[in-house]
Structures are given as C-alpha cells and as structure tokens.
Ligand binder design. Sequence first.
Ligand code: NAP
Length: 246
Amino acid sequence: MSGELEGRVAVVTGGSRGIGLGIARELAEAGARVALVARNGDRAAEAAATLSGEGHGGFACDVSNAAAVKETVAAIESSLGPVFLLVNNAGITRDNILLRLQDEDWDEVIDVNLKGAFNFTRALTRGMMKRREGVIVNITSVVGLMGNAGQSNYAASKAGLVGLTKSVARELASRGIRCNAVAPGYVRTDMTSELTEEQTSALLSQIPLGRLGDPEDIAPVVRFLAGPGGRYITGQVIAVDGGMVM
Ligand code: NAP
C-alpha cells in the first residue's frame, strides 16, 4: 500500500472504538502503522487486527496515569518505531448539572480528557523534537467552544485542550512540530448512544447540514492535518460539526 503516511507511526488514544477507531482506519489507509491505546487492551488489539495493512498494535493504558503512559510510549516505540503522529482522542463524560457534580466527576473528566493529552504529549515530544518533526492532533469538542448546560466538567476539559493545543503549537513550531485540534459536533458513537429521540431532534435543529456526524466524517480531517496538505497549519481548531459553530 502506498499513501502519504507510508512508513509513519501514529498513536491514537481511545482508538479501540468510536471516533478513535475511525481515525485509526483512515490513518492505516494512508499507510501509517497505528498504535491503538485504550484501557481495555484486548479490545484495542482486536481493533488493530481489523485495520488495513500490517504492523499495527493494541496497547492497554489509562491515559490519566503518567507512569503508565511513559511505559506505554516505550513499548510502542520499541515495537513499532519512532512516533510521527499523536492523536489525543481518549475521552469520557460524567454529565450532571453543576450543583449535582461530585468531586470525582470533575476530577475524572479533567484527568482523562485534559491531563491524558498532556501525559501523551509530554512523553512523545522529546523524541519528536530530536527528530525535528512530528504532528499532534487533539480531539476537542464544539462543547469546549460553546459550553453546554449539564457538561461543565466536560466543556472545561475540552476548552483546556484548546489552550494546550495553541501553547504546544507556539512552543514547538521551531522544532518542526505542528499541533492542531479538531472539534467534532455530535457524532454517533457509544458516547452519544443514550440520546433520546427528543434530544436528537433538538440537536438536529442546531445543525445546518441536518444530520448527526459519523466517525468517518471526522477521520479525513485528521488525516489531512497529518499529511503534506497540513504542513503550514498549526495552532488551529477545526470544527467538524455540520455547521453548528460558525
Ligand atoms: P467512545 O465511543 O466512548 O470511545 C472512547 C474511547 O476512549 C474508547 O476507545 C475507550 O476505550 C477510550 N478511553 C476512555 N477512557 C480512557 C482512558 N482513561 N485511557 C485510555 N483510553 C480511554 O467515545 P467517542 O464518542 O468515540 O469520543 C472520542 C473522542 O471524541 C472523545 O475525546 C470525545 O470527547 C470526543 N468527542 C466526541 C463527540 C461525540 O459526539 N461522540 C463529539 C465531540 C467530541 P476503553 O474504555 O477501553 O478505555
């Protein structure tokens, strides 16, 4: 297979299902060897086995655990090689109205969604800096740009990712590293499977393109940012949301 990411190694956190698996599929189509990271390592390995091409792998790791991330990065680099592309996609929700949010709902969401991205970025950028090349794509959300009632913890984590993206982009541009964020709107995955019909129709009324998204709508944008077409783009947040935010 030949593609613009031929011979490149990519890490996709939360790659075992949903948007992350869609991204992993697209990167594999572009020729990358992909490391899929999730807490459930068996599921990540099963997902890796479904990707096109050879040399992919599944890795069990909780992104919020800095020591585990360091070990996982070492394991990925020793089995797949130096990492060119990092996609910080692992994310969770623990929704509730502000007054009912528990400390652990706040901490868990910030630890996985925001600190997890920091953990992987810090662990991988040393090598990228030495090689003077690398790409980071953080998966934020339109909710991080607009806010959302009942999701203050999640929205704060996703807005935090925007600040992380822009700071990393400024700090590491001179070392040949680009960092951008993709902000999906509402995408059909396990995360959104519990929307009622009423919630879905309320959402649809806010989406000019008139439908919810699928992982396949998000993945090509990550591929574009990682490839040669994205070479002069850094520090940007690209909404892929059917027009919800404009
Ligand atoms: P999903 O279907 O729930 O999948 C989440 C993925 O993250 C799974 O692979 C899961 O595997 C992994 N994960 C969760 N916690 C983890 C942890 N602590 N360490 C490592 N991996 C972990 O979610 P999704 O809808 O695809 O969402 C993917 C990303 O897109 C998230 O960051 C989400 O916030 C963002 N997003 C989603 C939507 C949407 O509408 N779906 C919209 C905007 C943004 P394990 O459970 O095995 O760990």
